[in-house]
Design a protein around this ligand. Structure first.
Ligand code: UDX
Length: 458
C-alpha cells in the first residue's frame, strides 16, 4: 500500500469520540464508514444533523459528512476494511469496574465477518481497562475458530485525549498521538492513517482553524498495555491536579489569599504548567469520574492502593458541598429560599450533563427545601429528560433564573455569563447574593454593584 493511499476505515460507535474521529478522518481523505446500532442516530447523521452538541461538528458534517457512510450494519464492509476502530461506550459498573459488553459484541462481529486472508488492524479507542486489547484479540480468535478460520492480526490501543467542547480541535491539533501495538505493520498503518495530522498537511476546516504557533504533534509508540495505562494516568493526573488546587482553595479562603492568583503564581513554573489549575465546584463529565474509579478498581485488584487518586476523588466529592455551605453562610436558612442556578452542563460548550456538579447541588437544594430555578444555554432539555422527577423551574435566560431569587449560583463557566446585564439582574433579585462556583465573574465590579460575592478560594 502506498503511503498516500486512502484507507478503508470503519468506526464503530458514534459518540463524542467515534463521530469526531470519523468526521476528521473522512475530512482528511480516507474512506470512512461510521457504524451505530441506533437507527435514529444513523438516520440523523445521514441527513447532516448532529446527534451531539459540539462546536464545529455540524459544519463538518455538512461538509465532509457526504463522503462518509453511516450505517447500522458493518458486515458488508468488513472484508474490505484496512482499519476498524472500536469507539463504543464502556460504561461504569456500580463497583468501578468497566462494562465491556459493547466492546466484546463488536469484537465478535469482527471475528465473524473479517477476511482472514487480508485481516484489518483493530484499534481500541474507547477508554478500556488494562488488558482489553488482549481480550478483544481473544474474542476475535474465538469467532474465527468457530468459522474454521485462523490468521494473524493485531489489536492496537490508540487512546483518545479529546475534550468535549473542543473535540474537533483536539482531534485535528492534538498534543500527541499514542499508539500501542505489537506489530510494526499495524503501527505503520496507523501512522499512515494519522499522517495528515502528524505532518499537518491538510487545509484546516473552516470551523476548526489551526491554532497560531501550533507545533507538530509527537507520535508515541508503545505496547498496548502501556498505551492503555497512559490514558488512565493522564486522566487521573489531571483530575488530581484540579482536586489539588481545589484543596488549596479552601486554605486560601481561610488565610485570606486569592486562589486564582496562587494558581497563576505556581502555573508559571514550567514544571507545574498553568492548565487544570482552575479552582471551582469540582470536576465531572463522562471521563474523569469514570476513569478515576476504573483505575482505582484495577489497582485494588493488584493490591496496590493509589492513595493520591483516591484522595482526589474524595476532595472532589466534598468540593460540590462548598456551594451549599456558602449559601448557608450567606442566607442562614435555605428552606423556603429561591435559588437561581446558572449552568447545568458539566463544562461549557457541551450539552453533556454526566456527573455534572449541578446534579448534586440541585438534589441537595431540593432536599433542603429550596425552590430551584435553572438556566443553561444548551443542556436544559437533556437535564429535564434525565431528571424528570425533580421539581425545578426551567428558565429561558439567566435573567429569568435570577428574578426574585435570594441567591444566584454559577456552576458552569459559559462565556455568556460574563456578559450578563449584572446591574439589572441585581435589581430583579430578592437578595443580591452571588456564589461564583467557577471564579469567572468580575468580583470587583459585582461588589461595586452591591452584590455580596463569594468565589471558590478567594
Ligand atoms: C477530559 C480530558 O481532558 C480528556 O483528555 C479526556 O480524553 C476526557 O476527559 P473532558 O471531560 O471533556 O476531557 O473535559 P475537561 O476539559 O478535561 O474538564 C473535565 C472537568 O474538569 C470539567 O468538569 C471541568 O469543569 C473541570 N475542570 C477543568 C476544572 O474544574 N478546573 C480546571 O482547571 C479544568
Amino acid at each position: 500500500m502506498k503511503a498516500d493511499e486512502k484507507l478503508n476505515i470503519i468506526i464503530v460507535g458514534t459518540g463524542y469520540v467515534g463521530l469526531t474521529t470519523g468526521l476528521a478522518l473522512g475530512y482528511l481523505g480516507h474512506n470512512v464508514t461510521c457504524v451505530d446500532k441506533d437507527t435514529a442516530i444513523v438516520d440523523k447523521l445521514e441527513r447532516g444533523i448532529s446527534t451531539i452538541y459540539e462546536p464545529g461538528l455540524e459544519e463538518l458534517l455538512k461538509d465532509s459528512g457526504k463522503m462518509i457512510n453511516f450505517t447500522e450494519n458493518m458486515l458488508g464492509r468488513l472484508p474490505a476494511a484496512d482499519i476498524i476502530i472500536i469507539a463504543v461506550g464502556t460504561p461504569s459498573k456500580g463497583n468501578g469496574d468497566t462494562d465491556l459488553s459493547f466492546v466484546e459484541a463488536v469484537a465478535r462481529e469482527i471475528g465473524a465477518a473479517m477476511d482472514p486472508d487480508s485481516p484489518p488492524v483493530i484499534v481500541n479507542k474507547s477508554t478500556v481497562p488494562i488488558g482489553t486489547a488482549r481480550r478483544v484479540e481473544t474474542v476475535i480468535k474465538e469467532e474465527l475458530e468457530r468459522r474454521g478460520a485462523a490468521c494473524t492480526f493485531c489489536v492496537a490501543s490508540n487512546p483518545e485525549f479529546l475534550r468535549e467542547g473542543a473535540a474537533l480541535h483536539d482531534t485535528f491539533y492534538p498534543d500527541r498521538i499514542v499508539v500501542g501495538a505489537e506489530s510494526v505493520q499495524a503501527l505503520n498503518l496507523l501512522r499512515q492513517m494519522y499522517a495528515p495530522i502528524l505532518e499537518q498537511t491538510f487545509t484546516p476546516p473552516h470551523a476548526v482553524p489551526r491554532p497560531e504557533g501550533y507545533t507538530l504533534p509527537a507520535l508515541v509508540t508503545t505496547s498496548p498495555t502501556s498505551a492503555e495505562l497512559i490514558k488512565y494516568t493522564a486522566n487521573a493526573f489531571l483530575a488530581m491536579k484540579i482536586s489539588f488546587i481545589n484543596e488549596f482553595a479552601t486554605i486560601a479562603e481561610k488565610v485570606g489569599a486569592d486562589i486564582t492568583e496562587v494558581a497563576k503564581g505556581i502555573g508559571l513554573d514550567k514544571r507545574i504548567g498553568p492548565g487544570f489549575l482552575k479552582a471551582g465546584v469540582g470536576w465531572g463529565g463522562s471521563c474523569f469520574p469514570k476513569d478515576v474509579r476504573s483505575i482505582l478498581f484495577t489497582s485494588s485488584q493488584y493490591n496496590c492502593e493509589l492513595q493520591l487518586v483516591q484522595a482526589a476523588l474524595e476532595v472532589n466529592r466534598l468540593q460540590r458541598k462548598k456551594v451549599i455551605e456558602k449559601l448557608q453562610q450567606n442566607l442562614k436558612v435555605i428552606r423556603g429560599s429561591t435559588i437561581g442556578l446558572l449552568g447545568l452542563a458539566f463544562k461549557p460548550n457541551t450539552d453533556d450533563i454526566r456527573e455534572s456538579p449541578a446534579i448534586d447541588v440541585i438534589r441537595e437544594l431540593l432536599d433542603m427545601g429550596a425552590r430551584v430555578k435553572v438556566y443553561d444555554p444548551v443542556a436544559r432539555d437533556r437535564y429535564r429528560q434525565a431528571y424528570p422527577e425533580q421539581d425545578i423551574v426551567y428558565c429561558e435566560s439567566a435573567s429569568e433564573a435570577a428574578r426574585e431569587s435570594d441567591a444566584l449560583v454559577l456552576l458552569t463557566d459559559w462565556d455568556e455569563f460574563w456578559h450578563l446585564p449584572w446591574a439589572e439582574i441585581g435589581e430583579s433579585m430578592s437578595k443580591k447574593i452571588i456564589i461564583d462556583g467557577r471564579n469567572m465573574l468580575d468580583r470587583d465590579a459585582l461588589i461595586k454593584s452591591g452584590f455580596t460575592y463569594s468565589g471558590i478560594g478567594r
